[in-house]
Design a protein around this ligand. Structure first.
Ligand code: BGC
Length: 346
């Protein structure tokens, strides 16, 4: 196992961006940069032991600065949308930055994906990590409170990529951190993901309006194209879902234990990924807005559905939906969250 650090270039304002390469005993390799605490690449073997990079992104920092629909980044302060960027907390109305039509998406104009995180490598028995830290100042993108944030990405010898989050605040604020890799288990840029098979451990999902804001309803997946309770080829019913899948699924868990949330399988390569989490939801986004306008790693063109995101999180717009689990972090509490991606072949 090892961890190596290099420079990944500089931002226009001369801030240095570092990139860490984590390698485990089975040759799995994860590269993480300090800009956005971003997973730049993830190499995992197929059933014949051939490694491929299974995440979309860019070869250089410049690519990320030019065109990145949140490739591989850590999303914060609030993953997904808050309607009109507005919510009321303890009697005060807050207005967040608007960056998606009339709504707030993924932390705003300069979210956690566009800031430099402090990073520190950690080597432990059977695992290597990078510990990222960021202080979001009171008022950043409209959010109340100084939020001290820590995200640790760990690669283990059991072929797991673990992401653990911790945060504390000095004023009550919503918090919903997640990870935004676009996965393609065939290898990035090879093909679309419509032939992948997906299982989601969710009997319910959250319908959304035209602006992708939850209506507030929690609906059964039974008999609908949203039923992934058994492994199902993604392309089979996607035409019945307007725009493609971009929905939060309500996990059959209790927020206390780490549960299996998703299983993704690519029949051609045998690569399989399982996602475990303590979060109540998972956003399944089938790369609907990729349109061939971005050329990514190794000159690959990212067309519609060339990657998919499975973002473990609380539900979108929770600050305005009293029936959804609360996302409010108070000053006397510690936000903690853990997601594990496990890789094997079948
Ligand atoms: C959201 C999509 C959004 C995408 C941005 C996903 O998490 O669900 O609606 O367009 O992120 O790349």
């Amino acid at each position: 196992m090892e961890v190596q650090k290099k420079s990944f270039g500089q931002l226009p304002d001369s801030q240095e961006v570092g990139i860490y390469t984590l390698t485990n005993a089975n040759a799995l390799k994860a590269r993480l940069m300090t800009y956005g605490a971003t997973l730049v690449s993830l190499e995992v073997p197929d059933r014949n032991g051939n490694l491929a990079d299974i995440t979309l992104g860019h070869d250089s920092l410049d690519g990320y600065l030019r065109a990145s629909p949140y490739f591989g980044c850590t999303v914060g302060l609030y993953g997904n949308r808050i309607a009109k960027g507005r919510f009321t907390l303890n009697g005060t109305e807050y207005q967040l930055a608007i960056n998606d039509g009339e709504n707030h998406l993924h932390g705003g104009i300069k979210g956690f994906d566009k800031v430099i995180w402090k990073a520190e490598p950690v080597l432990e028995e059977g695992e290597v990590s990078v510990k990222f830290k960021y202080l979001s100042k009171d008022g950043e993108e409209g959010y109340p409170g100084n939020l001290n944030c820590m995200v640790i990405y760990t690669l283990t010898n059991k072929n797991e990529l673990k992401i653990s989050y911790e945060a504390t605040t000095d004023k009550a604020t919503p918090v919903n951190l997640t990870h935004h890799s676009y996965f393609n288990l065939a290898g990035q840029g090879e093909d679309d993901i419509l032939g992948h098979e997906l299982m989601l451990n969710a009997d319910h999902y959250i319908p959304v309006d035209e602006g992708l804001i939850p209506t507030g309803e929690i609906r059964s997946v039974k008999g609908t194209p949203w039923d992934f309770t058994r492994l199902k080829t993604i392309g089979v019913e996607i035409a019945e879902v307007k725009g493609g899948y971009d929905h939060n699924f309500v996990l059959n868990g209790n927020e206390q234990e780490l549960i299996l949330a998703a299983r993704l399988h690519h029949p051609g390569s045998g690569r399989t990924m399982e996602i475990f989490t303590k979060e109540p939801g998972i956003q399944f986004y089938s790369g609907n807005f990729l349109d061939g306008s971005i050329t990514g790693k190794s000159g690959k063109v990212y067309r519609k559905h060339y990657g998919l995101c499975l973002e473990t999180q609380h539900f979108p717009d929770s600050p305005n939906k009293p029936n959804f689990p609360s996302t409010i972090l108070n000053p006397d509490e510690t936000y903690k969250s853990l997601t594990v991606h496990k890789f094997y072949t079948e």
